[in-house]
Write a protein that binds this ligand. Structure first.
Ligand SMILES: C[S@@+](CC[C@H](N)C(=O)[O-])C[C@H]1O[C@@H](n2cnc3c(N)ncnc32)[C@H](O)[C@@H]1O
Length: 323
């Protein structure tokens, strides 16, 4: 542990101050069980801090930054650990022009207005595909990509665009370090709607032959399917509908606590340690505390760690999950 980086510590939480990559280099190998994080998105926000990520000149440079960072995070992650990486996309904007988010203050997390900086890599108006560019690079580096989860936002802010559809989602990628890893599906199962359950039991094997027992025809043996349709509830699937929630104290986008809550329930063993290398106002930390996990948060900006400390001091009520 690098003592100079330590900004705050209590029984459950350690907040470390500094550049995420530098600080990660000081952390022991295999010392965290789960990483849940939302890095600065490409070209969308100026956090006003020297050394901040997200203002690289091109998507390729941004991907390189993320790649170096997550290679180090991979070393710090236990072999059976998971990484939950939230990323939003951005659009190419004419070089030299400032986008509509030039004040760096937009609080909505639907980052669809053209970006803060230009990029001359693609013609203006192009959706850059940053989440997938990053995901492919991480795969190349050995991460196993297990899910592309669409975070759908029912209350996304309207956008002043007339020549394309407005964006109402972000990506959440689930990566593992190894083939076998801790994943507690039961902890995040959801109540099946009665008619869906019946429908699945009757027709599930038509959609997925694995549900049909060997040697049976469709609809004859439902035992395998019944096992898949657990009485504990159904698999929540890879589209998560979670409303954004304004957090007035932060002048930047925080993710709703329901998001890290679900990731941690499934991805972090009981009593384990969750890491967020881009801690911001500490939403991941608040979720970890609520679920009885330890938390290590890294951020460049002391003011954000102060916000996190305030949130932690308020206890869990302020962060109750709605989903
Ligand atoms: C999208 S915000 C994270 C918000 C967080 N999920 C929350 O709910 O509050 C990204 C964070 O990354 C931090 N950041 C930017 N560059 C960084 C760097 N090089 N090292 C560490 N933190 C950095 C910013 O200060 C900001 O707090």
């Amino acid at each position: 542990m690098n003592d100079t980086a330590e900004y705050y510590r209590d029984e459950q939480v350690i907040l470390l101050l500094g550049d995420a990559l530098e600080v990660l280099r000081t952390q022991p190998a295999g010392s965290v069980d789960c990483i849940v994080t939302s890095p600065p998105y490409f070209g969308l926000r100026d956090y006003g801090t020297e050394g901040q990520y997200g203002l690289e000149a091109t998507p390729a440079e941004y991907v390189e930054t993320m790649r170096r960072l997550f290679a180090e995070a991979r070393r710090v992650l236990a072999d059976d650990g998971t990484l939950w990486l939230n990323l939003g996309d951005s659009y190419a904007y004419p070089p030299g022009s400032a986008g509509r988010q030039g004040d760096g203050q937009r609080r909505d997390r639907t980052f669809t207005a053209e970006g803060l900086r230009g990029t001359n890599v693609l013609p203006a108006k192009n959706l850059l595909g940053i989440p997938w560019r990053t995901a492919f690079a991480l795969q190349d580096d050995g991460w196993i990509l297990r899910n592309e989860i669409i975070w759908s936002k029912p209350n996304a802010m309207p956008e002043p665009v007339r020549d394309r559809l407005s964006t109402r989602h972000e990506h959440l990628f689930l990566f593992s370090k190894s083939q076998r890893y801790h994943f507690d599906l039961d902890a995040i199962r959801e109540q099946a709607l009665p008619h869906n359950q019946q429908h699945q039991e009757r027709y599930g094997d038509r959609y997925d032959p694995r549900y049909a027992a060997p040697g049976t025809r469709h609809g004859k043996d439902k035992s395998t399917l019944r096992k898949a349709a657990s009485p504990a509830g159904r698999n929540p699937g890879d589209v998560w509908s979670i409303s954004t929630r304004p957090y007035p104290a932060a002048h930047f986008a925080v993710f709703p606590i329901d998001l890290p809550l679900r990731c941690i329930k499934a991805g972090c063993k009981s009593g384990g340690t969750v890491l967020d290398p881009f801690s911001g106002s500490g939403t991941t930390g608040a979720a970890a505390r609520q679920l009885g996990r330890r938390y290590i948060g890294i951020d460049l900006k002391p003011a954000y760690h102060d916000l996190a400390k305030e949130r932690f001091a308020q206890g869990v009520l302020d962060f109750d999950a709605t989903a």
